[in-house]
Ligand binder design. Sequence first.
Ligand SMILES: Nc1nc2c(ncn2[C@@H]2O[C@H](COP(=O)(O)OP(=O)(O)O)[C@@H](O)[C@H]2O)c(=O)[nH]1
Ligand SMILES: [Mg+2]
Length: 365
Amino acid sequence: MKLGIVGLPNVGKSTLFNSLTKVGAESANYPFCTIDPNVGVVMVPDERLKLLADLYHSAKVTPAVIEFVDIAGLVKGASKGEGLGNQFLANIREVDAVVHVVRCFEDPNVIHVDGSVDPVRDIETINLELIFSDIEILERRIAKTVRGARNDKTLAKELELLNRLKEHLEAGNLAITYQTDDEDEQKWLAEYNLLTAKPVIFAANVSEDDLADDGASNQYVQEVREHAKEQHSEVFVICAQIEQEIAELEDDEKKMFLEDLGLSESGLEKLIKASYRLLGLISYLTAGETETRAWTIKLGTKAPQAAGKIHSDFERGFIRAEVVNYKDLLECGSLAAAKDKGLVGLEGKDYVVKDGDVILFRFNV
Ligand SMILES: Nc1nc2c(ncn2[C@@H]2O[C@H](COP(=O)(O)OP(=O)(O)O)[C@@H](O)[C@H]2O)c(=O)[nH]1
Ligand SMILES: [Mg+2]
């Protein structure tokens, strides 16, 4: 999974990015791999892994990971620019979801590019650039389709969609709010890979004082929440500056620090949970002496496809899955004890994998 961090300059994107990737640096299995300075890999915090690893005395623990990209340079007019601006937009095209950082903190020392704090105006500025960029893509596609559409029913249908989508965007709407039940249309929409069709999570960057009540007393945050509802997005409240301080701490210090602030989890944890929800993701687990590991799948994935995440042979040669909920396994103390109690299911190829399933796949190739 790849998340792109976007927003106007000076809203706290890099501060957030740095705090996220610093946390990643602590992982032994995924050392902070700097693919380039703006890309970082972060492990998904998952307390179930440690418990299972203790049970199995696992030599290795491998969490699921998320890749973050700090996408700078989105400003008014970015979609018009020949060079750089468009390059930034191209970076967004590659991500699964967008984390849109908006400034909800007052600080006279940090300049705002538009002179004042106004998160909804900022969101609209960025959205407009994304919309312009999408319209350009649609126009190019229309130009390619128009000739063939005269003699080809499928192309004619696609052209209708393209024109309807273009109107939708020209009216200031995002592609994600374009609703269709038509399977062809859904397929084409996925192909176009429009920026405004991507799921968005807003990160409302507040000052430290606004953290404890989750931004409830911050008027800007309320405005962002209203706006997010309209565009089917989630909001989470962070203080990027504090997040950076938290990232420097050891685990037990971290807990105390968060408690002092009246928080139960760090911004990173909130962000990862929000992205899992938004993208409809869950994790199943594999556990053993060699390795205990979390695997990310889409909600609704069946056993063979889930097995395919580990290795294509597991999917191809899938026979069955031995499945036990991690809590049951921990309570029983061993797989054998869980079996005795009838808590281990033998599941076939139609089994839909659940969050927290510990699975042993049987396969034959
Ligand atoms: N007061 C305050 N300043 C912040 C916060 N987050 C970031 N900043 C400051 O705002 C400036 C711009 O932050 P940066 O992360 O570089 O913004 P970017 O341009 O969006 O990447 C820096 O001086 C940060 O220290 C915050 O939560 N509160
Ligand atoms: Mg930056």
